[in-house]
Design a protein around this ligand. Sequence first.
Ligand SMILES: *Cc1c(COP(=O)(O)O)cnc(C)c1O
Length: 232
Amino acid sequence: MSIKLNDRYQKVLDSIKEACDNAGRNPSEITLVAVSKTKPDEDILKLLKTGHKHIGENRAKALEDRMEAIKDETVQWHFIGNLQTNKIKYMAHRVDWIQSVHKKKALKEIEKRAKAEDRVINALIQVNISGEGQKSGCEPDQLEPMLKYAQNLKYTRVRGLMGMATFTDDPEDVRPEFRLLKKLRDEHLHLNGGAVELEHLSMGMTNDLDVAIEEGATMVRIGTAIFGERNY
Ligand SMILES: *Cc1c(COP(=O)(O)O)cnc(C)c1O
């Protein structure tokens, strides 16, 4: 690997800027979450030296270990993986964003654990936009009851929606999925109030970053393009 992490990171920032230019958007609207899964802590430390703040992990144990190893209090930690309710207690003391909330029970547990820590945790509701049978978020018709429930929370703030697109070689294939997530956000804006403010759309990964930004992403979750290929 001859390309340095800093160069790859800069390239990703350039891609975001270019995609924003093409879409008539401002790069300041986009939060880049660097997804560090399986990569060494040193890579994250290098990235933090650039001033980068948002780091994501998809496994609860990995996130817990990272938050323990990297003491920088300015880091915003994101949990982006399949969320098991019984793992929330291991992250509640430090996690800033839980992006993959897919049921009311998880919201309830986040609220309980955040209250115990006397801190506020940001949440995104993950919606199944790929239509695949596999569990990857709530179904669209569950959004309304979840958001209504979330309005009254005190230690949890629902800041938007998250979606995982189908794995595919051609990013054009997933444009309708991103479009669906934005449509669902727009259709539920009337439920903003209390602890709900649907400002964010977390969608777009290394392969479909441009399309996601064209379709309204405000958070992109990028692993490979920043940290290099993973061995799994
Ligand atoms: C791994 C992962 C990403 C980043 O994927 P890349 O293709 O490496 O950019 C984004 N979101 C989730 C939920 C992931 O698990």
